[in-house]
Structures are given as structure tokens and as C-alpha cells.
Design a protein around this ligand. Structure first.
Ligand SMILES: C[S@@+](CC[C@H](N)C(=O)[O-])C[C@H]1O[C@@H](n2cnc3c(N)ncnc32)[C@H](O)[C@@H]1O
Length: 204
């Protein structure tokens, strides 16, 4: 994976579908996949540009065949056909269709900058923690404004559902540092924007 100098985001979406058989007209019923779509838009794009050196992992853990982990890499990403929820979720559908026969540990390239793997959240964060510092986004973590970062670095967070307690502990064991972007509990996509903003301000 291209992480050179990069910002890595890992979203755990605990009820997001793992088959393409969901309706783009009812994303709320598809485990609130609109949250993942907002994260894609905020992680990869700024006004008029794709951000360089970003990797976003979407760990989908809903029915019928969890897990599936999509990886989007900004440096090689082709057109998504739009930044709206529907276009982004269509991309998720395509990736899930392409990855329906994957066995545990396997990954395939769907198209430019888009990969799908059958890789668990635990395996992913373990691999990442061996290569780069890991930050676990939590409202009670260390204040982002008091934190000096270096890149590459990875930022881990969940969607509308809390991280399971077991995973909280696992992240601590891996050395992940709790990081707060502010006093209010925000949407995951808003956290991404604030992390990007802080790293931009630190000229990273
Ligand atoms: C909508 S919140 C999840 C709400 C969920 N009910 C919970 O209590 O964790 C989505 C994710 O954004 C991150 N988050 C939200 N507010 C944050 C903050 N102020 N600082 C750091 N991370 C935050 C956390 O990782 C959280 O899991």
C-alpha cells in the first residue's frame, strides 16, 4: 500500500453490508452506509482536488459475509462518478460484487485505487500498528491541538455504533494513542475533516 508520507483512516462500520444486494434508495437500512460515504468524501477530497497520499480503509462488518475491507488510495484513484452518497455507495457495491468470493486474507484490485479484501478489523489494525503510529479517535483522548504529529500515521474510528469494548482494549495493547478532536461527540466524517485540518496546519 502506498502510505509514503500518508494519512491513513480506518473506519469500522459494524452493520455495513458485506454483499452488494442493498438498495441505494435506502442507505439507512444498509447499516447507515451513508456514514461511510461521507467519510470517503471527507477523507479523499478537498475543493476541486483529490488529496495526495491518503488511504481510507472501510471495514464492513454487517451481514451476510463479514468482514470485507475496502481500501481507497487517493494517489491512484480514478473517477468515482461524483461525491454524492449514491455514487460512492455504488462504488462500494461494485467492490463488494467483485470481492464476493474472497477467502480470509485475500485481496483484489477492483479498479484504480480501489481494493477489496476479506480482512478483519483486528488484522488490519495489527498490520498498521507494526508500520506506523496509530491514533484511536475518542472524545476523551489527548487534545489534537496539543499533539505533534509525524506522517505516516493512522486514525481509527467507528461509525454511528461504538467500538466494542474488546476492540478498545485491543487498540490499547497495540499502542494506539487516544486522540480527541474536541469536546463534542461528532460524526465520523466531521472527525476526519478536523484531523485533516490539524495536519494541514502543522504543514504535514
Ligand atoms: C458518531 S461517533 C460514535 C457514536 C457512538 N455511539 C459512540 O459512543 O462511540 C463516531 C466516531 O467518531 C469518533 N469521535 C466522535 N467525536 C469525537 C471527538 N470529539 N474526538 C475524537 N473522536 C471522536 C469516535 O471514534 C466515534 O467512534
Amino acid at each position: 500500500m502506498n502510505q509514503a508520507g500518508g494519512r491513513v483512516f480506518i473506519l469500522r462500520a459494524r452493520k455495513a453490508p458485506t454483499s452488494p444486494a442493498f438498495s441505494l434508495d435506502d442507505l439507512a437500512r444498509a447499516g447507515h452506509l451513508e456514514i461511510a460515504a461521507h467519510c470517503v468524501a471527507n477523507a479523499l477530497f478537498i475543493s476541486g482536488q483529490i488529496r495526495p497520499a491518503i488511504a481510507l480503509h472501510l471495514v464492513l462488518e454487517g451481514a451476510p459475509d463479514p468482514p470485507r475491507t475496502l481500501r481507497l488510495e487517493s494517489d491512484t484513484l480514478g473517477s468515482l462518478g461524483g461525491f454524492d452518497e449514491r455514487s460512492i455507495c455504488q462504488l462500494v457495491q461494485r467492490a463488494l460484487g467483485a470481492g464476493r468470493h474472497l477467502k480470509l486474507g485475500e485481496e483484489l484490485r477492483v479498479n484504480g485505487g480501489v481494493y477489496v479484501a476479506k480482512r478483519s478489523f483486528e488484522q488490519l489494525v495489527r498490520e498498521q500498528s507494526a508500520a506506523l503510529p496509530l491514533y484511536h479517535l475518542q472524545p476523551r483522548g489527548e487534545d489534537i491541538r496539543a499533539t505533534r504529529f509525524s506522517l505516516p500515521a493512522a486514525f481509527v474510528f467507528s461509525d454511528h455504533l461504538s467500538m466494542p469494548k474488546k476492540a478498545d482494549k485491543y487498540l490499547v495493547r497495540l499502542g494506539a494513542r487516544p486522540l480527541s478532536v474536541g469536546p463534542r461527540r461528532l460524526f465520523a466524517s466531521q472527525c476526519i475533516a478536523l484531523v485533516h485540518n490539524e495536519l494541514d496546519r502543522q504543514r504535514l
